[in-house]
Every structure is written in structure tokens, then in C-alpha cells.
Design a protein around this ligand. Structure first.
Ligand SMILES: NC(=O)c1ccc[n+]([C@@H]2O[C@H](COP(=O)([O-])OP(=O)(O)OC[C@H]3O[C@@H](n4cnc5c(N)ncnc54)[C@H](OP(=O)(O)O)[C@@H]3O)[C@@H](O)[C@H]2O)c1
Length: 295
């Protein structure tokens, strides 16, 4: 093996759907990889494509100057990485953690890595598995700028755009949880809407194109809301909160009439009502963010 290949070799720990996609992208890019997963057998296809399957996590880490780890959460990464043999093998090497969890867990892992002489980058994958290795992939990274620069080229094998968000190791996770907040509340709203529409005799396929229309108006609203909050303007000119509360109540009443759970919409309506009660009824929806941020 040539020295240039040795310097780009990567170990991937965790072969769930995302770990397999990451490892597959490295293989496709010609990066020599070693893989390991807690449950054996998940490396079969990767090994057929040229990856080396390691017998233990410590052996996997020792095989490459950089290890990418992608497990279900940081309890899982702690269980694997904080074993003495694995921690010892990581010393002096780079660990890129693409596992999702909270910013505090990322910072705690950063401190642990520092204490053990491990070069640490944290990251978040923002797009689903089929995007990995394609132009659609979006990855976020945080931690040392120089360290990121050193590994950027090999991380390019994962495709798409990736962004270094700063030296604070928790910053990628901070973006991740905020973006997941949008995703999961939106998806909960969508499945609730599908149930409500169905109760009214509108099938999911009939609603879907119109639901996509709602999705299409959101980018401009997201930007306007962010600008409103940054400027402290909270403009309710086109759609004051009192009007928004009224339409939210219609959704609650219609869902209740069909015996459909209204918990999520009631929570949203409650926030808007609280904001109106604080004297902000003529403000726009963005005012709720300011009220939520009050301590
Ligand atoms: N899938 C996606 O589209 C997607 C998109 C963006 C971000 N992510 C993030 O990527 C990470 C991995 O996701 P995933 O899709 O691969 O599936 P996942 O179900 O979140 O994670 C599965 C992986 O975690 C391992 N694992 C779980 N508990 C463990 C433990 N106690 N000790 C050691 N390993 C453990 C599994 O090993 P076993 O095989 O042994 O169970 C497997 O390798 C998650 O943080 C997820 O939020 C996923």
C-alpha cells in the first residue's frame, strides 16, 4: 500500500443504515477502509466491496489514522469508545463523531478526547442515507479548524456540501437539534393533517400535492421570521397572532369532532394564546420565539 493511501485510510465504527452509507461512500471513492459493528455480519457487503472487517473496535481504530463513528447516540459511543483498549488505540489519532446527540454530550466527548490525547471533530449528518456520497449530502462539522482542514479532503468522499461551523465542538450538534426540532414537529403536523384529512374523506394522496404547496411557501417564511427576530420587529402586519390563533383553534375543533388526538396542535395553540395574553396579539408569529426565549 502506498503512503498516500495509508494517510487517507479511514475506519468506520457503526454499520447501521447511516454507518453503512458512510462506509459505502468511502469505498466508492477508493478510500481504504476498515469497519466494525457491535453486531457481527453487518459488514458483509462492504467486505465484498473491498473493506476490511475488524474483529474488535480496538483493532478497527488501530488500522487507520482517522475513525468515523456513527452509532445511535452518545451512550452507545461511550460504551464502545471509552473501553480502555479502544481509548488507548485512539490516542494520537483523529476521531470524527457523526453520531447525533445533544450539544452537551458532544462537548463532554470533546473534553474526554482532549484528556486522552485524541484529536476530535464532532459532526452531524443532515440528510438521509441515499444522499451520502452524492451532491445532495449535507454534513456539519465543529471542532478545531486546523484539524478539520487536515481531514477535509477525505471527508469530501461523503459527498455534497459540508460546513465547518466553528471551534466549539458542540456547535454541529446545536444546529442538528435545532434542525431536528423543525423536522420532527413538521412531520408530526403532517401525519396529523393526513389523519384529519382522511377523517374528512380526503385521502393522503389527494392531500399530498397541496401539502407540498405548503412546504413550498415555507422557505421565504423561514427567512422572514429569522429576519424579524434578528431585527426585533415581530411584524404582524399581514397575519397577526390573533388571526393565527383563530385558525389553529379550527384545526383543534375539527380534530376533536373526529376523536383525533389534538395534543400537538393544542400545544402550538397554547403557545400562541400565551403570547397574545402577554399583549402581543397584533405581532406576527415570530414573537413566540422571543416569548419562548424569556427566562
Ligand atoms: N438513518 C438516517 O437517515 C440518518 C440521517 C441523519 C442522521 N442519522 C444519525 O446517524 C446515527 C446512526 O443512525 P443509523 O441510521 O445508522 O441507525 P441507528 O439505529 O440510529 O444506529 C444503529 C447503530 O448503532 C449501533 N448501536 C446501538 N446501540 C449500541 C450500543 N449500545 N453499543 C454499540 N453500538 C450500538 C448499532 O449497532 P448494532 O448493529 O449492533 O445494533 C448500529 O451500528 C444516529 O445518530 C442518527 O440519528 C441517521
Amino acid at each position: 500500500m502506498s503512503s498516500s493511501l495509508v494517510s487517507t485510510a479511514v475506519t468506520v465504527i457503526g454499520l447501521g443504515p447511516m454507518g453503512r452509507a458512510l462506509a459505502g461512500a468511502f469505498v466508492a471513492a477508493g478510500v481504504p477502509i476498515t469497519v466494525w459493528n457491535r453486531t457481527p455480519g453487518r459488514d458483509r457487503e462492504l467486505v465484498e466491496r473491498g473493506a476490511i472487517g475488524a474483529a474488535s473496535a480496538a483493532e478497527a481504530v488501530a488500522a487507520s489514522p482517522q475513525t468515523v463513528v456513527c452509532l445511535v447516540n452518545y451512550d452507545a459511543t461511550d460504551a464502545v469508545l471509552r473501553q480502555d483498549t479502544v481509548t488507548a488505540a485512539l490516542k494520537g489519532r483523529t476521531l470524527v463523531n457523526l453520531t447525533a446527540d445533544t450539544p452537551d454530550r458532544a462537548r463532554d466527548t470533546g473534553r474526554w478526547a482532549d484528556e486522552h490525547g485524541i484529536r476530535y471533530l464532532d459532526g452531524a449528518v443532515m440528510t438521509p442515507t441515499p444522499t451520502i456520497g452524492t451532491r445532495q449530502a449535507v454534513l456539519l462539522f465543529s471542532g478545531g479548524q486546523e484539524l478539520y482542514g487536515e481531514h477535509r479532503q477525505v471527508l469530501d468522499a461523503l459527498g455534497g456540501s459540508h460546513t465547518h461551523l466553528g471551534e466549539d465542538v458542540g456547535r454541529a450538534a446545536a444546529y442538528d437539534i435545532a434542525l431536528l426540532d423543525i423536522f420532527w414537529t413538521s412531520m408530526t403536523g403532517y401525519v396529523h393533517a393526513l389523519a384529519l384529512a382522511r377523517a374528512e374523506g380526503v385521502s393522503p394522496r389527494e392531500l399530498a400535492p397541496f401539502a407540498q404547496g405548503i412546504g413550498a411557501i415555507l422557505p421565504a417564511i423561514f427567512q422572514q421570521t429569522a429576519d424579524d427576530i434578528e431585527n426585533g420587529s415581530y411584524s404582524g402586519e399581514g397575519n397577526p397572532l390573533t388571526s393565527a390563533v383563530s385558525t389553529m383553534t379550527h384545526v383543534v375543533h375539527a380534530a376533536e369532532s373526529h376523536g383525533i388526538d389534538t395534543g400537538v396542535m393544542r400545544a402550538a395553540e397554547g403557545l400562541a394564546r400565551r403570547t397574545v395574553a402577554l399583549g402581543h396579539g397584533t405581532d406576527g408569529f415570530s414573537r413566540i420565539a422571543e416569548v419562548l426565549a424569556r427566562r
